[in-house]
Design a protein around this ligand. Structure first.
Ligand code: COA
Length: 319
């Protein structure tokens, strides 16, 4: 018994020594981790600062270019090329830094849109076919206002993290917030009832298109991540390009149909605004807003497709 106890005591002492050693190592580890965290934060913040300043500089140079002589414009061109190279270096640096932003945040943004699209789809179907109450319509419109507000905030964060979301897509969500807000204040009455079903049917269609958009956009994101890239316009990998074009060709008819439905909503509302019983200001304002949405969405989508086609042609020429 005594022998056994002595053995246990020795074992305990050995463990104790190992433990002291472990404590020391852990202390060093924590110090190094803190140093690493500080270095990562310092690098990320300098990169962000540099990117912001480069963007401003690029903008100023662009303005300068129009008034400059041929030599000056050559210099501007050279600086611009160097700025582009610098941006690529930042991209490589960021690959070694923790991804607080970038892909992870974009992923979250796409998922947020998907979950809310499901909720909005259920809401629109319920309001259109089951619940014919003003109060449920108000809840639905309130949800829309909140959704678009949240999108605009999330998109500003995405832009400051390097996303290339076009100006219009962000403004589009501000305009949609405004539109849902006006819908929310539209009092119940003949005019409201005459437009209600058309609006809800449009909302159902829009949610379905949003599903397709989610599939396309998250597919792009997934493939870009697998290829370690951020920008698919800079990408010439054939597999990616052919996937993107297949996705776009499938998506575009639905998008254009949606745009023309927005135009149809605008026309219906313009007609309603001329109705003898129309007294609400909301009708005309909504008509203008739908028209603005149609123009913005349709023209920007055409521009996006044109830029992609142009880029594709340039790449083909280079090969
Ligand atoms: N909303 C939010 N972000 C958008 C967007 C939109 N409508 N369209 C493009 N983006 C983002 C992309 O995700 C990409 O972000 P990233 O830099 O973080 O990767 C960036 O903007 C640039 O995208 P781009 O290459 O120009 O286009 P794309 O191939 O991703 O998408 C379309 C092209 C046409 C499919 C897309 O713009 C679209 O769905 N537009 C139609 C929207 C619409 O009209 N909705 C109403 C339907 S009724």
């Amino acid at each position: 018994m005594l022998l056994q106890l002595e053995r246990y005591q020795r074992e305990w002492q050995e463990l104790e020594e190992e433990f002291q050693q472990l404590q020391e190592t852990h202390k060093v580890y924590r110090q190094k981790l803190e140093e690493l965290n500080n270095l990562q934060a310092a690098c990320s913040s300098s990169i962000r600062k540099q990117k912001r300043k480069l963007k401003d500089l690029k903008y100023s140079l662009q303005r300068c270019k129009y008034k400059s002589s041929p030599e000056e414009s050559d210099l501007v061109q050279r600086i611009n090329t160097q700025i582009k190279d610098r941006q690529n270096v930042f991209f490589d640096m960021e690959a070694y830094l923790p991804k607080r932003n970038g892909f992870a945040y974009k992923d979250e943004y796409e998922k947020f849109k998907l979950y809310l699209t499901i909720i909005l789809l259920l809401g629109a179907v319920a309001c259109r076919f089951i619940l014919h109450y003003r109060v449920t319509d108000e809840v639905f419109n309130f949800l829309l206002v909140w959704y678009y507000c949240t999108l605009t905030i999330r998109e500003s964060i995405l832009i400051s993290n390097g996303s290339r979301i076009k100006g219009w897509w962000v403004s589009h969500h501000y305009v949609s917030t405004f539109l849902s807000g006006v819908m929310l204040t539209w009092p119940d009455g003949l005019m409201y009832q005459m437009f209600r079903n058309q609006f809800l049917a449009f909302s159902i269609f829009q949610s379905c298109v949003q599903f397709l958009q989610y599939y396309y956009q998250s597919g792009c994101l997934y493939r870009l991540r697998a290829l370690g890239k951020r920008n698919h316009l800079d990408l010439t990998v054939e597999g990616f390009q052919s996937w993107m074009w297949r996705g776009l060709t499938f998506l575009l008819p639905f998008l254009f149909f949606g745009h023309f439905w927005q135009l149809y909503n605008a026309i219906t509302l313009f007609e309603l605004s001329r109705h003898t019983e129309c007294k609400e200001w909301q009708v005309f304002v909504l008509a203008l807003t739908f028209l603005l949405l149609f123009l913005g969405n349709f023209l920007t989508t055409l521009k996006v497709v044109h830029t992609k086609l142009q880029k594709n042609k340039d790449e083909m020429k280079k090969l």
